[in-house]
Ligand binder design. Sequence first.
Ligand code: FAD
Length: 288
Amino acid sequence: MKISSLFENGKTVFSFEIFPPKKDGAIRNIHKTLEELSALRPDFISVTYGAGGTAAGCSTRELVTYIKEHCHTEAIAHLTCVNSTKADIDRIMEDFRQHGVENVLALRGDINPDIPPKDDFRHASDLIEYMKPRSDLHFSGACYPEGHGESASIVEDIINLKKKVEAGAEHLISQLFFDNTFFYEFLEKARIAGINVPIEAGIMPCVNAKQIQRMVGMCGASLPPKFAKMIQRYESNTEAMRDAGIAYAVDQIIDLVAHGVDGIHLYTMNDPYIARKITESVEKVIRT
Ligand code: FAD
């Protein structure tokens, strides 16, 4: 099923993201995690892509196949292009074709200062332009409510985002944010710019202070005072931090759904407990 068909009839889409396990021997665990996540009935699960697409011998594509075939849930394969040649992408497209992958989140990927990028693809839009006429795939893209770190301004970033949509991205998923105001302002600017595809809001529950500081360092999301206070107060109490982080994410989601967003994309961090707690709290809000 093509992801954009999920948004028909004004339904609020609710989706999850997972990453392939990084440690050897974790494959059985990830299968169990996927089964537990699928039991929560997300509209789809997306699987991130690391360097080379494989971690601990378990590739993004293999997990997408597992989600579709064993969990009977739709899935998106993330795919980055910054370190790939056209021949690499041709091989990946053939693997997708052979295994019935239908949906791809096309990404440039972060530029590693120690690895010079390959020349074939400079941006996610180049990847979509290359793959679209060569496949039947459906393309999603990433977007940044606070602007991508390399853009001089949010307006410049939205002008570039429009190029991604014009290249063929039919659905966007946002970077995480902790202050919904950034998302609403971004959405307004994107719509004025003529970006009319569904845009899902990316929500990451903050259940571990160190992990969130690392993520924020990587993606530059602003920390509202309310959020910073929560971390300060509970960071040394694991269970209290987890419960506070879940409550904060639920509060964000309810406000977003009340504002009529197209969808919520939950960064599950491969933790079914957290995904279940959040899903149970927002299920009626989202599915009515
Ligand atoms: P692009 O869309 O290419 O944008 C990068 C920069 O170039 C931006 O500043 C943009 O304004 C500018 N730009 C874009 N298009 C053009 C154009 N045509 N002309 C000129 N300038 C342009 N990383 C991973 O390694 N694996 C993952 O699985 C992964 N999943 C992600 C999922 C989501 C939802 C998000 C939000 C990010 C994810 N990332 C992932 C991180 C992502 O790879 C980085 O944020 C990366 O720095 C940018 O990727 P992009 O596809 O947004 O790049």
